[in-house]
Design a protein around this ligand. Structure first.
Ligand code: HEC
Length: 110
């Protein structure tokens, strides 16, 4: 009986750990190609586009740096620019983790 409780708790804690999306990994996969690993707007794909990817390491963004403003850009994209909408590719928790990781790139969080 105790064994069952222990293993259930273990399974639960590992699945919780897995459930928290890793903002840095998501950024590397979905964003760094254009925005660059450090967010400087110098990713390898940036050269293919006329409009230059914004620096996400800048202290302020054109569309604002509130969580709401950043989440909106990530979710809806910027029509007419290469900046895609990620609302249908990434779930809410993943987009939230990206909003948080951009704070690291801006130097607001360690
Ligand atoms: C195909 C290239 C490309 C990819 C991939 C891409 N972006 Fe962008 N992004 C851009 C471009 C280009 C702009 C600037 C558009 C403009 O202002 O003309 C931009 C703008 C932004 C802005 C607004 C910055 C400002 O100054 O207002 C944010 C925030 C942003 N991107 C976040 C992300 C995140 C997070 C990801 C990954 C989920 C991502 N982008 C993936 C090209 C890209």
């Amino acid at each position: 009986m105790l064994r069952t409780v222990f293993f259930t708790a273990l399974a639960l804690s590992t699945s919780l750990a897995w459930a928290a999306p890793d903002g840095k990994a998501l950024y590397t996969t979905w964003c760094a190609g254009c925005h660059g690993v450090k967010g400087l707007g110098d990713g390898p794909d940036a050269a293919y586009y006329d409009s230059k990817p914004s620096s996400l390491a800048a202290p302020t963004y054109k569309r604002g740096t509130t969580d709401k403003a950043v989440l909106k850009v990530i979710t809806k994209g910027l029509p007419g620019t290469p900046m895609d909408a990620f609302g249908d590719k990434l779930d809410e928790a993943q987009r939230g983790a990206l909003v948080d990781y951009l704070k690291v790139l801006r130097g607001e969080k360690p």
